[in-house]
Design a protein around this ligand. Structure first.
Ligand code: ADP
Ligand code: GN1
Ligand code: MG
Length: 369
């Protein structure tokens, strides 16, 4: 049985096939994602992804969808001219009955419908081969968007990877939270306060003109890429909602944060949470291959900082959300954001200890690229 609000969203679309139903889908933390299943008269069922955009995360849905349309159109052309399959190698939208790109429900929430990219896997943990494939795809994504008119992109979440601002927001959350809650998180709060100056490393380099702004994805988790089941290549980069001007080192870094370890993001047993430098190495190799020489020497030099900073920043964000009552990230239980924060800080510690090796690895592959 489909609930009535979902039915009313689906009523906005014309499905040529018989609509069987819609089920919750995927492991994203932000949008409300459903898989819609339809049965044609003959042949296999046809699937779609239906997403209700998060109102907590995205203040301006129109701007977000304008970015989505611009980027996917651009990528489509690039894929076609490279002889690829545009229906598998980039996302697209299904129009509503009245010809619109998305549907706005009575509460103002925006919904979009996309063809499901079939024959792919979306994974949470990778083998070294698949991790390297995802790195090639994210590196290539950045390379493909080099010529995109960045000035036409909207900033869908202001200050998204502004780590200094994330720190300020954490401090405000600490000040506003009940004492019992801040006491519970004292070790994590101290961890951040000892690293205040780190929060400025990439931003200062950007302000000084050392690191260039590029069109970047900004949310390069392994589960934001679809891997072709036949070839094992990262075929389609998804979750384009934060694609906007940013730093290349953050795209590199966020993938390392999520993928260069063997535990879940919310693992409670921290003895299982360990940064895996061998995975870091294969990712570095793949990312540089995908970026095809487009990174400057300074960007290469700062890549290891990207990993440390994205991991620290993400931990700060989980902690802030926990202190503020979990209004941003989807959770399954009340302490999940605190558990997530703790894994991030454990990984930061590991990266700090192995930072010289991380720099040496980048230098080795940069010299070979
Ligand atoms: P969130 O912002 O909540 O992470 P995503 O856009 O990443 O939302 O979508 C959540 C999940 O839905 C993805 O991790 C993936 O499993 C799945 N997904 C999204 N779009 C598609 C698609 N077009 N085809 C197949 N799976 C998809
Ligand atoms: C969110 O949307 P999703 O689940 O792919 C978040 C990222 C965080 C990540 C942590 C728009 O990613 O910034 O790094 O959770 N996305 C947004 O897992 O805030
Ligand atoms: Mg996602």
């Amino acid at each position: 049985m489909m609930n009535t609000f979902l039915q009313s969203v689906l009523d906005a679309y014309d499905f040529p096939e018989t609509l069987l139903g819609a089920v919750h889908y995927g492991q994203g933390h932000i949008n409300d994602t459903y898989c819609v299943i339809c049965q044609p008269q003959e042949g296999d069922c046809i699937r779609y992804i239906l997403q209700g955009l998060s109102t907590a995360a995205f203040p301006d849905h129109e701007a977000l969808m304008a970015n989505f349309i611009g980027i996917t159109r651009y990528l489509r052309e690039k894929v076609i001219s490279a002889g690829g399959d545009p229906n598998r190698e980039t996302l697209s939208l299904v129009k509503t009955k009245d010809g619109k790109d998305y549907y706005t429900d009575h509460s103002g929430k925006v919904w979009r419908l996309m063809p499901f990219v079939e024959g792919t896997d979306c994974i949470q943990k990778a083998t070294p081969e698949l991790f390297e494939a995802s790195a090639r795809a994210f590196g290539k994504f950045q390379w493909l968007l080099q010529g995109y008119p960045a000035q036409t992109l909207h900033e869908t979440i202001p200050h998204f990877h502004d780590t200094e601002d994330r720190l300020r927001k954490l401090k405000a959350a600490i000040a506003a939270a009940p004492l019992t809650k801040t006491a519970e998180c004292q070790a994590e709060i101290d961890f951040v306060l000892q690293r205040e100056s780190d929060c400025s490393v990439a931003l200062q380099a950007m302000r000084r003109g050392i690191l260039p702004l590029r069109v970047t994805h900004n949310d390069t988790k392994l589960n934001n890429i679809l891997i072709d089941r036949q070839t094992g290549e990262g075929i389609c980069v998804i979750d384009l909602d934060t694609t906007m001007p940013g730093l290349s080192i953050n795209d590199f870094g966020d993938s390392i944060r999520f993928g260069a370890n063997h535990s879940a993001e919310d693992e409670k047993d921290l003895s299982k949470v360990n940064f895996d430098i061998a995975l870091y190495e294969v990712y570095t190799r793949g990312f540089l291959e995908g970026a095809q020489g487009s990174l400057t020497d300074a960007e290469l030099e700062y890549l290891p900082w990207g990993a440390r900073l994205m991991t620290l920043e993400c931990g700060i964000r989980f902690l802030t959300d926990y202190l503020e009552g979990n209004h941003y990230f989807h959770i399954r239980y009340p302490e999940q954001n605190l558990d997530r924060c703790r894994t991030q800080f454990k990984l930061v510690r590991d990266m700090e200890e192995q930072f010289i090796q991380m720099q040496q690895i980048v230098a080795r592959y940069a010299a070979g690229s």
